[in-house]
Design a protein around this ligand. Structure first.
Ligand SMILES: O=C(O)CCCC[C@@H]1SC[C@@H]2NC(=O)N[C@@H]21
Ligand code: NA
Length: 681
């Protein structure tokens, strides 16, 4: 049996028999690199030739929403998702598809909370916010955390397609890594953010084209839609909605749709790569629009990958190349499928490989650009405030090159680690991106949070993240190795053990394992909850420490750094200390229907609402108040019979939020008067 090792086995004799990457496939791959490079050079040489940092790092703030939205999607849609998602669906069914539900809140909240705050502060780096809101130290901590996260992700992003290609076709591993790394570095360093965004657009088109072509031909090869449907039904791969509340189950509706919201927020809300795109928009409105438009793009991308997984399953359910040890990891599955089933369609493998590398290029170029930006803006510029623009721009270009080299080094580090890439990437986002999300939320939603609280919270969040993340990684080794015995050499066995560990619930759990207790329960937490857990811990510790060390005073806050949502949080704390009398005597009441329909309403939420309720309230707060305010008698107020008569009997958003999350109090302030509402049924 073949153990894939690119150094020993440059070509694969038994894998796809006599089928190799052909000349036309190779040409398509090279064309992709050449076209990307050409776009980069065009922006390097045209216009004002990237002479200021505003031009180089923020695309002259001239971007429109269509290219922005495609670029937003391309940034976090790497080869990891292209090979990882079909493999996930192949092994565990379509449950992962439910992550699509998290895109709703995961994009609405950035669009209406994060974008307005960042855009109006005229930032370049998202971490400038942390200094404005807290202090320099928090900014530096945030920047360093971000750099750490992106460097690892970049390594995974560049290594994944190269490894898959190498394992299946024997294409030179380091040749592919070097080619993509160099091309990407050059066009990013020369063309700046504008080149990155426009190459993203081109690469997105290639990505969709590749996936779509493979699916269409694949369906035909697999014996048509009805045959595929029968196979996936027989193989039990169409997953129903799994409402199991157990947080240790890897993928359920809750881990994906709710845990996924936090993941999405850390990526689309506060990650520099995306914030930089919002800031490069011509207007705030266009930035918000681009955020809306990512939604269908992400859904299409997710749908295509899932369908590809199903098609693959129909082809290989009885004869898995993984079981036959034709391939060594499920991440090689997609390419194996392409080379095995579609080899006779000249150019199709090449188109798909171009798709794979498009995904990877668009991700690492965004990473280079954002890393150069934060290094310049957060670490270098503050020390040289009088640096001239041309010099700063040149330095930014050099930084981009430097990160290109770092990326190549990281590819080698990832090469030494080995593992299932999708879960690895998402775990990194949860472990490092989660705490970062927490510190931003702490600043934006809680006026009382101070710098000490922010630093302590961030550090505590990171410590917990690595504790739980690494704990989960280590404690899973024994159980998995027994599941998957292998008869390779000792070296290969250890390697496989590590690989299988990251693959975690590779096989759906068949026999009921004993419930983990104590720390093991914590370690077995689904990786999809990492973002939520870690960000909540940062907020909680941040608030506690802030309260102990003396909360921030209203006057000390820089205007525009806090979102009005939690404006009254301090009032609320005081109110909570008093016995609660639904509506204080100071507060006046008017009929709900007397509130003007365009009233600007401010909400604050009872502190004993759960995090979920807070989220829902956030969601509610983004809809125009007059959608559900006037005369809705689901809002209870004292004398509600008197005041709230004749309204709509059922208000959808109220009912859904109420049913799902129980009741919570929300107060509305209008014209300096407070009104209390009870959300729920
Ligand atoms: O790099 C990748 O391709 C995978 C990691 C990022 C995936 C996140 S999960 C939610 C969202 N949907 C996507 O397609 N990408 C991001
Ligand atoms: Na990408």
């Amino acid at each position: 049996k073949i153990h894939v090792n690119e150094e020993v086995l440059p070509l694969h004799p038994t894998l796809v028999s006599d089928k190799y990457f052909s000349t036309i496939d190779f040409v398509l791959f090279v064309l992709l690199l050449v076209a990307s490079m050409a776009i980069g050079l065009y922006y390097a040489l045209s216009g004002r030739q990237q002479r200021t940092t505003r031009e180089f790092l923020l695309a002259d703030q001239s971007m429109k929403c269509l290219p922005l939205s495609l670029s937003l999607m391309a940034t976090f849609q790497s080869a990891v998702a292209i090979v990882g998602t079909p493999a996930e669906v192949f092994t565990n069914g379509t449950q992962y598809w439910f992550i699509g539900c998290s895109y709703i809140l995961g994009l609405l909240i950035p669009a209406h909370i994060f974008i307005p705050v960042f855009y109006r502060l005229h930032l370049t780096s998202a971490y400038q916010y942390l200094e404005l809101r807290f202090c320099k130290a928090v900014r530096i901590c945030g920047t360093i955390t971000f750099i750490f996260q992106m460097i690892i992700y970049m390594g995974v992003g560049i290594y994944t397609p190269a490894l898959a290609l190498n394992a299946v076709t024997g294409f030179h591993l380091w040749g592919a890594v070097l080619a993509t790394g160099l091309v990407c570095t050059i066009y990013t360093a020369l063309g700046g953010l504008k080149a990155v965004i426009w190459t993203d657009v081109f690469q997105t088109v290639v990505m969709f084209a590749g996936q779509l072509a493979v699916i269409i031909v694949g369906v035909q090869q697999a014996g048509g839609l009805s045959h595929i449907w029968r196979k996936v039904i027989e193989g039990n791969r169409i997953s129903g909605i799994d409402l199991n509340p157990d947080p240790t189950v890897r993928h359920t509706f809750w881990t994906l749709a709710l845990g996924g919201v936090f993941l999405m927020l850390s990526l689309y809300g506060v990650n520099q790569t995306q914030v930089q795109r919002y800031l490069s928009s011509r207007t705030e409105k266009e930035a918000v629009m681009s955020c809306y438009m990512v939604f269908p793009c992400l859904q299409i991308a997710l749908g295509l990958s899932c369908v590809m997984g199903l098609v693959m399953f129909a082809c290989y359910s009885d004869n898995s190349p993984l079981d036959n040890q034709y391939i060594t990891s499920k991440d090689q599955m997609v390419l194996y499928f392409i080379m095995d089933m579609l080899q006779d369609f000249s150019g199709l493998p090449g188109l798909f490989v171009a798709c794979l590398f498009s995904a990877s290029l668009s991700t690492i170029s965004s990473a280079f650009s954002s890393l150069a930006t934060v290094t310049m803006e957060d670490l270098i510029k503050p020390h040289y405030p009088s640096m001239v623009e041309t010099r700063a721009t040149l330095l930014s270009k050099i930084l981009t090159f430097a990160y290109g080299l770092v990326c190549l080094v990281m590819a080698y580090v990832i090469h030494l680690m080995n593992g299932s890439v999708l879960q690895a990437a998402l775990s990194i986002f949860g472990m490092v991106g989660g705490p970062l999300l927490g510190v931003f939320c702490l600043g934006i939603f809680f006026p009382l949070a101070n710098s000490t609280g922010a630093v302590t919270g961030l550090v505590a969040g990171l410590v917990l993240a690595f504790w739980v993340g690494i704990g989960g990684f280590v404690t899973q080794i024994p159980s998995i190795t027994t599941v998957r015995p292998n008869n390779c050499t000792d070296m290969a066995a250890t390697e496989n053990a590590i690989m299988a560990t990251v693959t975690t619930a590779l096989a759906p759990i068949t026999d009921e394992p004993s419930k983990p207790v104590g720390l093991y329960a914590l370690y077995s937490l689904s990786y999809m909850w990492y973002s939520a857990l870690n960000s909540s811990v940062v907020i909680l510790i941040g608030l506690i420490v802030s309260l102990i060390t003396g909360p921030m005073k209203q006057g000390e806050l820089v205007a525009g750094t806090v979102y009005p949502l939690m404006d009254k949080a301090q009032d609320l704390m005081q109110k909570l200390l008093r016995p609660k009398s639904c509506v204080g005597s100071r507060e006046q009441r008017v009929k709900w229907t007397h509130l003007p329909s365009n009233a600007m309403l401010q909400y604050y939420i009872d502190i004993h609402c759960s995090v979920l309720q807070v989220l829902i309230a956030l969601c509610i707060s983004v809809f125009p108040a007059n959608w559900y305010m006037p005369g809705t008698n689901k809002w209870s107020c004292p004398n509600r019979e008197k005041h709230c008569k004749g309204g709509r009997e059922k208000d959808l958003s109220t009912i859904i939020s109420g049913c799902l999350f129980g009741a919570g109090n929300i107060s509305v302030t209008y014209n300096q008067k407070s009104y209390h509402l009870l959300v729920g049924v």
